[in-house]
Design a protein. Structure first.
Length: 434
């Protein structure tokens, strides 16, 4: 991923240095297990750990790979250069390249998931804080982009919190599903390596042994992992779209923080654009790009092919690095979001009481008017607000068919804003706990 949308900790997980360090640890732990089983001399296993303090030379490994055309063999050759060819002669005993590659990929995905969970927790904390801050800040709810009925800004934040909390659960589950390792040898039969080697390596590296791995770890695990990243990205976009709408000039219920010295347009000095949330919409698309290729990786030929390999070399780093960056960008946007409660009330009242139409409809039916007639009476007066700019309550009070069923006091009561907020605390308790 390009540096512009990258954070150092996540980038480091996917660096060649990190990859080769994990490869080394897998091989060294496997040697320890082989020695404990009496398969190789203990001295040779101990000698491999001489490389623990070494810095693997990425350029040298690349130089060897240019000849061997095989990345794992190139690494093993370089490892032998460090510890000595005789001492290293039992390294990779009974193993196949996928044992190293697949176990490493899963370690990287687990580490990436841990960083993503940190980002999610920051987003959740920001959403919760803003939800309580604006629990009773009234704004208009919209369906189809059109004014519907009153809600609160706090409920908007709470809704996004609940969604992100579900995403956190999904990611925890996806992390667990991908946290497996395989040291099972060619075609996964353990013909040339004891299953106890796999158990030892996995224990040392915080993984569970893959129950049956053929020559690769099954890719349905990875498909679920990347699908989860795609869902999280879509939730990020969901929040971003709401903020982008609120920042529109004719709405202006909230806007991204505009820092001193910031410029919005090279041509128009007055502009304050929602550039961060627009960026998040784009980043979400990049993360979701990984989902279909990950699913297509599930179907491999027989016990192993490498059609998945090139895909994973790209989507592993790109999807996790991008999502990590997006989560922290979203958290920053929410933390600093500027909210305009006065504009929210102004927008809600733009059509002069129209948003209370359902309360009047229900009151008429309770008063004995048929549902069809009630709807007709309310809509008739509502259209005058839309088309002529009338005041909805005044029109109702002037309609003899309406006042025949409802007294002026009963009509007036239907415009009480507090009516719509009476269950906010109940919803908050459901989302955040009592």
């Amino acid at each position: 991923m390009i540096p512009r949308y990258s954070r150092p900790d996540m980038v480091a997980i996917w660096s060649p240095e990190t990859k080769f360090r994990i490869w080394f640890e897998i091989e060294a732990h496997a040697c320890d297990a082989q020695a404990a089983l009496g398969v190789i001399p203990k001295a040779n296993a101990e000698a491999v750990w001489k490389a623990a303090e070494a810095t693997f030379d990425v350029a040298r490994i690349d130089e060897i790979e240019a000849v061997t055309k095989h990345d794992v063999i190139a690494f093993l050759t370089h490892l032998a250069e460090i510890v000595g060819s005789d001492e290293a002669r039992f390294v990779h005993q009974g193993m196949t390249s996928s044992d190293v590659l697949d176990t490493t990929l899963n370690i990287q995905l687990v580490r990436a998931a841990d960083l993503l969970l940190v980002g999610l927790d920051r987003v959740l904390a920001a959403l919760k804080a803003r939800a309580y801050e604006h629990k009773d800040t009234v704004r208009i709810g919209r369906s189809h982009g059109i004014h519907a009925e009153p809600t609160t800004m706090g409920l908007t934040f709470a809704r996004f919190y609940a969604e992100m909390a579900r995403n956190r659960t999904r990611l925890v589950n996806a992390r667990a599903e991908v946290a497996t390792g395989a040291i099972s040898g060619a075609v996964g039969t353990f013909a040339n390596i004891d299953p106890r080697v796999e158990e030892h390596v996995c224990e040392k590296l915080g993984l569970l042994p893959e129950p049956i791995s053929t020559q690769v770890i099954p890719r349905d695990r990875h498909a679920m992992f990347f699908a989860t990243l795609g869902v999280i990205a879509s939730s990020i976009e969901n929040v971003a779209i709401e903020i982008r709408h609120m920042q529109r000039t004719e709405v202006l219920e909230a806007e991204e923080f505009f820092s001193p010295g910031q410029k919005g347009s090279s041509a128009m000095p007055h502009k304050r654009n929602p550039v961060l949330t627009e960026n998040l919409t784009g980043l979400a698309r990049l993360v979701r790009m990984a989902v279909i290729p990950a699913m297509e990786n599930v179907a491999l030929w027989h016990e192993r092919d490498i059609s998945h390999s090139s895909v994973e070399r790209a989507i592993g780093p790109d999807a996790t690095i991008t999502l990590d960056f997006a989560l922290h960008r979203l958290a920053g946007v929410v933390e600093k979001l500027v909210v305009y409660p006065e504009n929210m009330l102004k927008n809600m009242n733009k059509f002069r009481g129209l948003v209370m139409s359902q309360r009047v409809l229900l009151a008429l039916t309770q008063a004995g008017v048929s549902r069809e007639d009630s709807y007709r009476l309310v809509q008739r007066n509502a259209m005058k607000v839309w088309e002529e700019g009338k005041d909805f309550k005044e029109e109702l009070l002037a309609d003899p068919e309406v006042t025949a069923a409802l007294s002026p006091a009963e009509i007036e009561e239907k415009f009480d804003l507090g009516y719509h907020l009476k269950h906010v605390d109940t919803i908050f308790a459901r989302v955040f706990g009592a």
